[in-house]
Ligand binder design. Structure first.
Ligand SMILES: Nc1ncnc2c1ncn2[C@@H]1O[C@H](COP(=O)(O)OP(=O)(O)OP(=O)(O)O)[C@@H](O)[C@H]1O
Ligand SMILES: [Mg+2]
Length: 285
């Protein structure tokens, strides 16, 4: 096969032993299987900014901070150095998000390194060692759909607990291996606390997953995990092991109508009693 130009320097330097095959040429990146120290790995080569699609849109990157203030200032200025730094921070965003969510107990490919705009990570495989299929390519039994849906809801919750919303979750960004679903493709991951679109994106992610699995297990379609998770997050009570109900009662539930009516009746009675006593006192005087 033709070796991609971006990988040739790494082969000459001996970092990569060989390129095994091309997996995918996506909108945002070209993905290859490579061999490093006799082990197969996945190499995701990011396309440069002109060839990239929607994921770098401002609504995703809003609130992202550069840890390095010089880099931050340069990015704002838009000079050549600034553009390079912006590219670098885009490349770093995915490996940083992968590390963070993996540490939070979410199954993602184990990230190895990010060199010259190429992310090296664990290759997720099927039982034969070939690249694992995407969720969109797998047929599921209803019980399996429910189990995998619940696993993903747990992963979404754990990501939010460490402040991350995936932002582009779908059956195309989830791989399935013998142990279950694995989330991929996180360069656009959103900072939940700093981004005003985070709630909307979390709800969209959850609903996409729900609707996809509901094809196999229709009972899932009435669940409301998204709103439940977000309200726990907002009230500061989200914990990775919280037991979710899958239902969400809009705020009206807090109105205990019967109780309130009782209070009103009691107040009315009290007032009438007061008036009666005043009238009685006036008559007696
Ligand atoms: N770690 C991995 N192990 C196995 N296959 C992978 C891995 N990472 C990516 N792939 C394959 O490569 C494809 C593209 O990867 P990814 O979704 O990360 O890139 P992308 O270019 O951003 O995609 P998109 O088309 O969503 O823009 C995936 O759908 C999957 O089939
Ligand atoms: Mg993708």
């Amino acid at each position: 096969m033709k070796i991609p130009a971006r990988l040739t320097p790494l082969i000459s330097e001996g970092m990569i032993d060989r390129v095994v095959s091309r997996l995918m040429s996506g909108k945002e990146a070209d993905v290859y299987i490579v061999e490093i120290n006799g082990q197969r790995q996945c190499a995701k080569i990011y396309k440069d900014v002109e060839h990239r699609g929607f994921k770098q849109a401002v609504r995703y990157t809003e609130g992202r901070k550069s840890r390095n203030s010089r880099r931050g200032r340069a990015m704002e200025k838009g000079s050549k150095y600034g553009r390079d730094q912006k590219e670098k921070s885009w490349h770093d965003a995915e490996i940083n998000a992968l590390r963070k969510v993996a540490a939070a107990g979410v199954r993602v490919p184990k990230p190895m390194s990010c060199v010259d705009g190429i992310l090296f990570m664990e290759l997720i495989t099927d039982t034969e060692g070939n690249a694992a299929p995407r969720l969109s390519e797998v047929a599921l039994k209803p019980e399996q759909a429910i189990e995998d849906h619940n696993t993903l809801i747990k992963y979404i919750l754990r990501m939010l607990h460490v402040g991350i919303v995936h932002g582009d979750l779908s059956e195309f960004n989830i791989l399935v291996d013998e142990y279950g679903p694995v989330i991929i493709d996180l360069p656009q991951a959103v900072d939940a606390a700093a981004n005003n679109n985070a709630r909307e994106m979390l709800l969209r992610d959850v609903n996409k997953i729900r609707d996809y699995y509901a094809q196999y297990a229709p009972a899932l379609s009435s669940t409301k995990y998204g709103k439940e998770i977000w309200s726990l997050y907002e009230s500061g009570t989200l914990s990775p092991n919280v037991n979710l109900k899958g239902t969400f009662e809009e705020n009206t539930k807090s109105a205990d109508v019967e109780g309130v009516m009782h209070e009103i009746e009691e107040a009315l009675k009290e007032q009438q009693e007061r008036i009666r006593r005043i009238e009685e006192a006036e008559q007696n005087s």
